[in-house]
Design a protein around this ligand. Sequence first.
Ligand code: TYD
Length: 224
Amino acid sequence: MMRQMSRRGKFITFEGLDGTGKSTQMRRLAAALRKSGHEVVETREPGGTATGEKIRKVLLDSETSALAPLAEMALMFASRAQHIAEVIEPALAAGSIVLCDRFTDSTEAYQGGGRKLGSPPVRELHRVLCGDLQPDLTILLEANPHVSVSRARKRNRRASRAGARGHDESRFEQETRAFFMRVRESYMAIAKREPGRVVIVDARGTPGQTHERIVEVVRKKLRI
Ligand code: TYD
């Protein structure tokens, strides 16, 4: 008997420094793709599953103190391995377009670059723990690093004032300028190494302009 095989979906990741507008752009792209009839799954890292969201709390809460860089990297990958098994692979197998706010490039940029663990362990762990799953396309949003990081800091201060029990997501935003410069440099190195997968998108204009650029990239690169 012939079985109907659905074609494998597409995996698109969004990357960039904190506060570059990744989440907004991902939502807008999802809406545009759905409008043209695609099945779209939106998700994020760290997180994306019940277990992953628990790990996210540990990773991002500023109350988490003295987390060793290697433990931080291991937790990022624990969240990711669960996310791939539970959400990303099944959705791709079912033919959906998966949009993910951050993926392994974030670990290479933040833990590899920011925390100075280097790229090789990140890439090796990605092979072992993530089956070397590669996005079909990565949108790297590029804005003024000082502006975007201070935007993210402000947003998190607002969120933690609003939060009842003092939980926040600002552990990374408290990092130094030098840390974010290393993150940015690592992102640039990844883009240079893998120009077929990673497209740098200028995010300094209005959200509408950035959205148009992203739609154009997706159309050209993935023919969708
Ligand atoms: P995110 O919620 O995307 O923050 P923002 O919206 O401010 O960009 O990500 C939370 C933080 O987690 C962000 O500061 C980057 C960090 N992070 C890593 O350090 N390594 C990783 O592998 C991932 C996925 C995120």
